[in-house]
Design a protein around this ligand. Structure first.
Ligand code: G3H
Ligand code: 13P
Ligand code: ZN
Length: 326
């Protein structure tokens, strides 16, 4: 089927207690790994493109790669989404250029300015059948050029969400409840050690999520910064010449719980990067004489596919839901 916007997916995800995976795409192998996994387990999916991805791969190449995935995966609905749209012009370029969903990220702006910018994007997007995600609250970590130092993040204020959603007309809202971007979400000092000696990060602020949901019944919530940073891939990186000490992500049980509540979209990027980089590092460590990109990109793509399948089936709960979302 043709690309779709996120409206129906979110309605069903909310109603039936699952979340749609929103995976960042930057090149062909990542698009293929994700969509082959979704096609195999019949999961709806959001493919998202950041400002950095557009700068790296070029808007047209990315749209055409996603269109190829639509053709190759006829049994699943696919949304093409702008991740962290920085301004109206970028959102407009994506809406005019084939995207079916955009995020306008005004979370760093004062409340009134965030509302004004978000509403401007909503008005243009809705006139073109495109859905819009807004954001309230700031996550720590790096998104394109915006770096929020740990300690300077701010949780979403539940008392602001009704006014924001009503005045802007957004279709979904990203909130800050303790996740952050990148592979270093928590320091070891923030974690406790369980009986198996494994570091357990502090719980997400489900109290804030619940308060937000009470104020916005039936409204789709989005979680950014939701990579779990699989330790098998951190180990693979570190055993093959990499240096990623103390890379810690969000435990998958917490994401599963969020997906069963009002969270309808869960953003995952760093996990894919880790799977790709770990696999390629291992490949070169074991086969230093190889130089054909197809030989090392093939296992990297296969591991992205396995990782995405695991997320769809065991974390997001959206495997088998493609048909109802068509
Ligand atoms: O939130 C950020 C996403 O992980 C995209 O990252 O800006 O490096 O493409 P990027
Ligand atoms: P991660 O860095 O946790 O993968 O988050 C990605 C994200 O939120 C993209 O918008
Ligand atoms: Zn994000």
């Amino acid at each position: 089927m043709a690309l779709v916007n996120s409206k129906k997916m979110f309605e069903l995800a909310y109603k039936n207690g699952y979340a749609i995976g929103a995976f960042n795409v930057n090149n062909m192998e990542i698009v293929q790994g994700i969509t082959e996994a979704c096609q195999e387990v019949k999961a709806p999916v959001i493919l998202q493109v950041s400002k950095g991805a557009r700068a790296y791969a070029n808007h047209t190449y990315l749209v055409k790669l996603v269109e190829a995935a639509v053709k190759e995966c006829p049994d699943i609905p696919i949304v093409l989404h702008l991740d962290h749209g920085p301004d109206f012009e970028t959102c407009k370029a994506c809406i005019d250029g084939g995207f079916t969903s955009v995020m306008i990220d005004g979370s760093h702006l004062p409340f009134e300015e965030n509302i004004a910018l978000t509403k401007k994007v909503v008005d243009y997007a809705h006139a073109h059948g495109v859905t819009v995600e807004g954001e309230l609250g700031t996550l720590a970590g790096i998104e394109d050029d915006v770096k929020v130092e740990a300690g300077h993040e701010s949780y979403t204020k539940p008392e602001e969400v009704i006014e924001f959603v009503t005045r802007t007309g957004v279709d979904s809202l990203a909130i800050a409840i303790g996740t952050s971007h990148g592979a270093y979400k928590f320091t070891p000092e923030q974690c406790t050690v369980n009986e198996d000696g494994i570091l357990v990060p502090p719980a997400l602020r489900f109290d804030i999520l619940e308060e937000v949901s009470k104020k916005l019944p039936g409204f789709p919530i989005v979680l950014h910064g939701s990579s779990s940073v699989p330790q098998e891939y951190v180990k693979m990186v570190n055993e093959n010449g990499g240096k990623m000490p103390n890379a810690i992500g969000v435990p998958e049980e917490q994401l599963r719980k969020a997906a069963e509540l009002s969270v309808c979209k869960i953003n995952i990027d760093s996990d894919l990067r880790l799977a790709m980089t770990g696999t390629i590092r291992k490949f070169f460590n074991e086969k230093p004489d190889k130089f054909d990109p197809r030989e090392y990109l093939k296992p990297a793509r296969a591991n992205i596919k396995e990782l995405v399948k695991h997320k769809l089936v065991n974390v997001l709960g959206c495997a088998g839901k493609a048909e109802e979302c068509m």
